[in-house]
Ligand binder design. Structure first.
Ligand SMILES: Cc1cc2nc3c(=O)[nH]c(=O)nc-3n(C[C@H](O)[C@H](O)[C@H](O)COP(=O)(O)OP(=O)(O)OC[C@H]3O[C@@H](n4cnc5c(N)ncnc54)[C@H](O)[C@@H]3O)c2cc1C
Length: 386
């Protein structure tokens, strides 16, 4: 792939050549626009205006410490965010998309918003330039287009509610980059990279919609704060909704990948009540590798600590033949495989009676090969390497 680029801070053009282009240029991705890739999802629902400013708000906070202060009253709806505990603040002003035609808020409107949010009519503040962004969940139709790999906000956008943008971006980047590295190093063909699209697109779409749900929950809680009992939200519902907001283990760890890079074994991960908040470990291929404590009681380490940038083979004590087979495969394919025998010195299994490795399915395994860095790939039941 050959690219002609123009540095922002220099005249002239440069020509770059490479195996692929990673588009990680954010929500307004120029590369996505150049490729004509559509974003799928609801149309503009709302906008967030971000304003950095200085004001002595800390003196009104007292012991109500926090990293995000959700505000809802007649004059202000959005979030106040302390940045240094000493007068630097960020506020996120919620605006309906219809009211954001110009995408900028007048300085006086911003000042009034902050005063209403803090509840101090003569609060003085000095402001920095503001920016605004869509708070509508959308994702790109394709994550791999020709030799271009879409990552982060260029591939999917979220309302800020729930703090899911970076998590999802990092997970996608992790999924794509080890595959891209294998392709670039000639250790795998391009179809491996295509599985980034197969594995991540549905997952990221689902998370964007969860994020929208968060955003709607915040609106409901705000309505409850302003209108009290008239909002139709009971106190119990408001608490349950608020709890769910920052509690997203299921989103962080619970993705199950299905693609030609994952060899299914017919098992399914255990069902969970709420796929947003709940995560139950599973050794089903395509799941995040399970955590089990290993080592000595005074020097514990997790199975996850064993998973580095290479492929990893975990075998039971009687699975020694797998180690030999892995060494042969690594030699033939020119790849690196780390091999560990559970039960070997320093790798005693403390999780047998309590972790997913102890599940009936897992107990039958003599070998677990994980993908790189925790992404599950293949679990083999046979004790005979082949
Ligand atoms: C108010 C707000 C609060 C948020 N809070 C959270 C949170 O608590 N937790 C969370 O996980 N997420 C949060 N997010 C989302 C999170 O910020 C984004 O998901 C994340 O920053 C996306 O990272 P990215 O690297 O894909 O894109 P960006 O962070 O947007 O980075 C893209 C980079 O590409 C550069 N770039 C773009 N075009 C060009 C070009 N043509 N040439 C050269 N460089 C270019 C940009 O300058 C930028 O540095 C929040 C977002 C907002 C707006």
């Amino acid at each position: 792939m050959i690219l002609e680029v123009q540095p922002r801070d220099a005249a002239g053009r440069e020509t770059l050549a490479g195996a692929a282009l990673v588009a990680a240029d954010g929500a307004a991705s120029l590369i996505r626009a150049e490729l004509g890739l559509a974003l799928e999802g609801p149309q503009d629902l709302s906008h967030i205006v971000n304003c950095y400013f200085r004001a002595d708000i800390e003196r009104y906070i007292g012991d109500r410490k926090g990293v995000l202060f959700f505000v809802s009253n007649e004059g202000a709806q959005g979030v106040l965010q302390p940045l240094d505990g000493a007068g630097r603040w960020l506020c996120q002003i919620s605006r309906h998309a219809r009211r954001m035609v110009a995408r900028r808020l007048h300085q006086g409107t911003r000042a009034n918003w902050v005063r209403a949010a803090v509840g101090v009519a003569d609060l003085t503040r000095t402001s920095s330039p503001s920016g605004s962004g869509s708070s509508t969940p959308r994702s790109s139709k394709r994550l791999v287009q020709g030799r271009v790999v879409m990552c982060g906000d260029a591939a999917h956008q979220f309302p800020p509610t729930g703090g899911l943008g970076v998590n999802t971006g990092l997970q996608g980047m992790h999924n794509a980059m080890w595959k891209l590295a294998y392709c670039v190093q000639g250790k795998a063909g391009w179809p491996l990279l295509e599985t980034y699209q197969t594995e991540r697109r549905g997952v990221s779409q689902q998370i964007t919609m969860q994020s929208l749900q968060n955003s709607m929950n915040v609106v409901r809680i705000n309505a409850a704060a302003v209108a009290g009992a008239e909002s139709g939200l009971t106190a119990a519902e408001a608490v349950a909704t608020a709890r769910r907001y920052g509690n997203h283990l299921g989103v962080e760890f619970g993705a199950v990948y299905a693609s030609s890079a994952v060899i299914a074994d017919g098992t399914r991960p255990p069902p969970v009540e709420d796929s947003y908040s709940d995560y139950v470990q599973s050794a089903t291929p395509g799941c995040r590798a399970p955590h089990v404590w290993l080592g000595r009681p005074d020097a514990e380490l997790s199975t996850l600590d064993l998973l580095g940038p290479a492929f990893t083979l975990l075998t039971a004590a009687r699975g020694g033949a797998w180690g030999a087979a892995a060494a042969e495969v690594a030699r033939d394919l020119g790849i690196h495989i780390d091999t560990y025998t559970i039960g070997a010195a320093g790798l005693d299994d403390h999780g047998v009676s309590r972790g997913p490795m102890a599940s009936p399915t897992m107990a039958r395994c003599s070998c677990v090969r994980t993908g790189t860095s925790r992404g599950g790939a293949l679990r083999v039941r046979s004790t005979v390497p082949h």
